[in-house]
Structures are given as structure tokens and as C-alpha cells.
Ligand binder design. Sequence first.
Ligand code: SF4
Ligand code: SF4
Length: 99
Amino acid sequence: MNKVTIEMPLVSECSVTECAYNVSKNCHARAITVGDSVHPGCDTFMPESRHVKMTQTVAGIGACKTTTCKFNEDFECMTESIRVGMVRNEVNCMTFAMR
Ligand code: SF4
Ligand code: SF4
């Protein structure tokens, strides 16, 4: 497997424990994708009773499509880290801030 070294913002905390990538309120996907043009949802969310075994990985933000957020530049997240949680039954980036 090829190795890619890249700087990315991190998911510092995720309270969505029913997601397959969540262990102890941390996200262990390699990278998540956030949002559409309006809503900053976590596109990588996958409800599943089994959970990932590789818990050394700290998830980065691979891409964010929510251009209404002030931290979004050129369809990428430019802040240091984000938190993810539930807002009105949707999995959302809690760090989202309207421009
Ligand atoms: S950030 Fe998204 S993919 Fe990661 S654990 Fe939370 S809901 Fe799942
Ligand atoms: S903070 Fe803003 S730009 Fe970063 S992932 Fe969340 S919604 Fe996207």
C-alpha cells in the first residue's frame, strides 16, 4: 500500500457512538468527508454494531463540501480540529460556523 503524508485537520471528538468508526467517542476512520453545500453532516457515518479494531488511527477531514462555513476554503476544512455530534437527529460537524 502507498503511503501519503498530508496535513489535515483532525476529528478531536465524536459523540456518535453507534457509528462503526467510533470507539470511546473518538473517530478512527482514516479521513472523513463532511457535508453538502448547506448542511455540515458527516458523510462517513455508518451505523453498525461492529466497530473498527484499528484504534491507533485519528481521523482527519479529507474534504468538506460545506462552503457556507467560515472555516471552509476551496472545499477543504482549514481549522485545526473539529468535533462531531448529533443535531436534531443528524450527525453534524459541531465546529461549523456560518460565514
Ligand atoms: S466523525 Fe463521522 S465517521 Fe467518525 S465516528 Fe463520528 S460519525 Fe462516524
Ligand atoms: S468546521 Fe466547517 S469547514 Fe471544517 S469540517 Fe466543519 S463545516 Fe466543514
